[in-house]
Design a protein around this ligand. Structure first.
Ligand code: F6P
Length: 546
């Protein structure tokens, strides 16, 4: 049986929805059930607890402690909350982000043809198409040498300066699809304000051959602006001509005024819109570094893959709808089984940044404690999302997953198409399947040798297995869109707004204050600990500068 946070085994939610109560009853009924036994009782379990989506995405959730009755109860909740209607509202461009009064239309960035949102938002399709054309032009110009640096040299390196949604998606996709690189330029990412990252990423480059993309929806993110200023200073100190900025800086932003004030020529600013959330923005011009790396045809294939998943999400029956099923399993594990963690484990080096991307996607979207109307909620929302890469993680933290006191549901992700070395790929996949199996079946140790308790592995640990036939722009687009929609559905199940992020504001404001104090421009009273830390920093920093 699963343990809850407080070890009682009982869920703590006080939610008074009768369907939640019914689900808790199913959870209690399954308390002593072993998933392995559910397979014995139903030889077809794996068939009806898996579903196929577009572009070779396959989702097997049969290793979770859910049976048909519990699943039916989960599907009843989908019906009660009219989730399919909410999905229609999203695609139609209704105001879903109520605290900011915005529609949520990242799906418009990849829509294939006349779409539901056009009735309310007649200009969006044209804006998207125009922007894609401009991205295409810049990519072609850089690749063919029509766009050159200030001294006439061809651009060989593109540095994306951005953080959060203006970094994680583009970095994940660029890394995942590096095999599709056109070879025309290299792409780098500068996100952290830590100057060690600047030294690692930028300093080794040749400024005459480097193009910076300042990617910031708001153009107000301090880290990005400071990095952009340092990049410009680095460039100008080498090229020794203030006019050089124009050929070495472009921007992607919804705030054209600020980008122009920064010194970026208006014709080199690519638009973003308030109807695209940062963490959902890799499909917009924020994806420019991806297009620079893999070329426009592949970038468009990525968009098509996402659009295919959008269609699947909008039209597949609920019980076969991958994002909805993934959300229901996540909801079951979080709220009924009280599991407060969730790990993402790709068995594929190309997907090594997936956990970081999903951390922002899921935790920034659903790390909320009030409902869409601002009223406190009485159930848990997003679990802690973390992860690693297989097989490395097996030799690091899988011990805890097998024998620790907390149960952590896992998304295993593997790509079936063999890589260059079949022997390695076979071993990789075998390990992936073995871990999922081992976590579920566990191992009993017969006999009472003194090591029996040490060796006994309880099993009954839930996991999903997500298989991709191949890792292509299209399948990756589908995979990421699946997670986007899963996040939205979880938000609906939790009755929260997944599309704002007010919680990140406090830290930004306090950092501004403290920065001012460190610069000697202001003083403010702090708690004793923070005051001590500031004073210690000031004295050590002064010492180290002496
Ligand atoms: O601080 C959080 C956040 O606002 C994210 O939501 C966003 O993706 C990131 O910062 C970067 O924002 P911007 O693109 O406006 O620089």
């Amino acid at each position: 049986m699963f343990l809850s946070d407080d070890g009682s085994g009982m869920p703590s939610s006080t939610h008074n929805n009768p369907l939640w109560s019914a689900l808790f009853k199913h959870r209690e009924r399954l308390a002593d059930v072993r998933v392995a036994d559910l397979f014995d009782g139903d030889p077809q379990r794996q068939t009806h607890m898996s579903a196929a989506g577009p572009n070779g995405v396959f989702f097997d959730y049969s290793k979770n402690l859910i049976d048909d009755d519990a699943l039916r109860a989960l599907l009843a909740l989908v019906e009660q909350l009219e989730i399919t209607k909410q999905i229609e509202h999203q695609f139609a461009g209704d105001i879903l982000n109520v605290s900011e009064q915005r529609p949520v239309l990242h799906t418009a960035l990849r829509a294939k043809s006349a779409s539901a949102f056009e009735q309310q938002h007649p200009n969006i399709a044209e804006d998207v198409a125009q922007t894609l054309k401009r991205v295409e032009q810049l990519v072609a110009d850089v690749h063919t040498g029509v766009w050159r640096g200030h001294t006439g040299k061809q651009i060989t390196d593109v540095v994306n300066i951005g953080i959060g949604g203006s970094h994680l998606g583009p970095q994940l996709v660029s890394d995942a699809l590096r095999g599709y690189g056109t070879g025309n330029c290299r792409v780098h990412f500068l996100a952290n304000v830590d100057d060690a990252e600047f030294a690692r990423v930028v300093t080794p480059l040749n400024p005459a051959e480097t193009l910076f993309i300042v990617a910031s929806k708001s153009f107000g993110t301090k880290e990005t602006l400071l990095n952009a200023l340092s990049a410009r200073a680095w460039l100008l100190s080498e090229l020794k001509d203030d006019d050089a900025t124009a050929q070495h800086f472009v921007a992607v932003s919804a705030n054209v005024t600020k980008a122009v004030d920064f010194g970026i020529a208006e014709q080199n600013i690519f638009p973003m819109w308030d109807w695209v959330g940062g963490r959902f923005s890799l499909w917009s011009a924020i994806g420019l570094p991806i297009a620079m790396l893999i070329g426009m045809d592949n970038f468009r294939a990525l968009l098509r893959g996402a659009a295919d998943m959008d269609e699947h999400f909008a039209s597949s029956p609920v019980a076969e709808n991958l994002p909805i099923i993934a959300a229901l399993v996540g909801f079951w594990n979080r709220n009924m089984c009280e599991l407060n963690n969730y790990a993402v484990m790709p068995y594929d080096d190309r997907l090594r940044d997936l956990a970081a991307f999903l951390q922002q996607l899921e935790m920034e979207s659903n790390g909320k404690r009030v409902d869409s109307n601002g009223e406190p909620i009485h159930h848990h929302t997003v679990p802690v999302v973390w992860g690693g890469i297989g097989t490395n993680a097996q030799h690091a933290f899988f011990q805890m997953l097998h024998q620790g006191t907390q149960t952590v549901p896992i998304d295993f992700i593997a790509v079936l198409e063999a890589t260059a070395n079949t022997e390695h790929h076979d071993a990789l996949i075998a390990n992936c399947f073995a871990q999922a199996e081992g976590l579920m079946i566990g191992r009993d140790i017969v006999g009472d040798g003194e090591l029996a308790n040490h060796r006994r592995t309880p099993g009954n640990k839930p996991s999903n297995m997500i298989l991709l036939d191949t890792l292509s722009p299209q399948s990756l687009g589908s995979l990421l869109a699946m997670y986007e929609h899963k996040t939205f559905v979880l938000g609906l199940l939790w009755q929260i707004n997944s599309f704002d992020q007010w919680g990140v504001e406090l830290g930004k404001a306090l950092a501004d204050d403290i920065e001012g104090e460190i610069a000697g421009n202001a003083t403010r009273s702090h708690d004793g600990s923070t005051q001590q830390l500031i004073e210690r920093y000031l004295s050590k920093a002064r010492d180290s500068k002496r």
